[in-house]
Write a protein that binds this ligand. Sequence first.
Ligand SMILES: Cc1ncc(COP(=O)(O)O)c(C=O)c1O
Length: 347
Amino acid sequence: MFDFRSDTVTTPTPAMMAAIAGAEVGDSARGDDPTHNRLEDVAAELAGKEAAMFLPSGTMGNLAALLTHLRPGDEVIVEDRTHIYNSEVGGISAVAGAVPRTIRGVNGVLQPDDVAAAIKTGAVQSAAPTRLIALENTLNAAGGTVFPQETAAAIRQVADAAGIAVHLDGARLFNAAAYLKTSVADLCRCADSVMFALSKGLGAPMGSILAGDSDFIAAARKKARMLGGGMRQTGMMAAAGLEALRDPMPRLERDHRMARMLGEGLAKLDGSLVRDPVQTNIVNCHVDRFAPNAEAFVRSLKRHGVRANFARAKVRFVTHGHIDEAAVKTCLSAVEGTLTEIRDLAK
Ligand SMILES: Cc1ncc(COP(=O)(O)O)c(C=O)c1O
């Protein structure tokens, strides 16, 4: 069975297991875990920020950032399909107490003029003031596409003009950096705070990083503690995270090659399947011409040895460390077999 559901399904590499076994640990909630502390230093440097913190998940990283930037009742501008708005159990409102102001972007990309028009200063007595713009890179729902750097820079200018902050959900920021052949720090420049995941394309068993300036991270540590993010002998997981951060670009570029191979193969099977550009490690496969709901499609893929995610009439394939050429070929055969079954049924 080849598992294309997400890049979160990877199991630790032998090098990670060795790093976990050999990790020097302490009580990280008291600042005593040397490996945890080293991971935070390395992560801050990679992000080009003063400080960083290691957290159990990306959801907690985003939520700690929201709690630090916002007061209850403040508005946060988000693109309509972002993870922070759609897939984090409503924490943006339920926990941070914020009002999400959603804007539909162009292929998931927020447009600077739309952002500027949506900002409310709070000068009007009844208006909740806008205090934050939340960006995502890569754009998960749009098929792992990269947020254009010029647009991010223009949104930064809009934020500066309005005196509000920018948070970047960079769960797959290293994939964006690999695609653009630039540094992660370069992609973090547009944001005051950035979350990136160790447990997705980078392949670590758990954890995410939240980075920002020292005052912001000091405040965010308290918010994360309130959320239950004060951990103890985290050095073992931090050691796996450090291993994941050691020269990740060649591995991510390989994942992207596998995704391109899959996208090209799917387009050859039927031109309507691939409509979103395949830039990083996600391939959206639109099956609406064959099945109104992709659930049965995905069940059939499973019978052919392939697991995939779906939403409505879209199947999502994600490449990662366990996906090689043989897996891609199996996946293409599984899709071909499923399309044949559907066509036969329609006869
Ligand atoms: C874009 C994006 N942001 C945030 C998250 C949340 O990360 P976690 O699953 O570690 O909470 C995910 C998870 O898939 C994601 O895709």
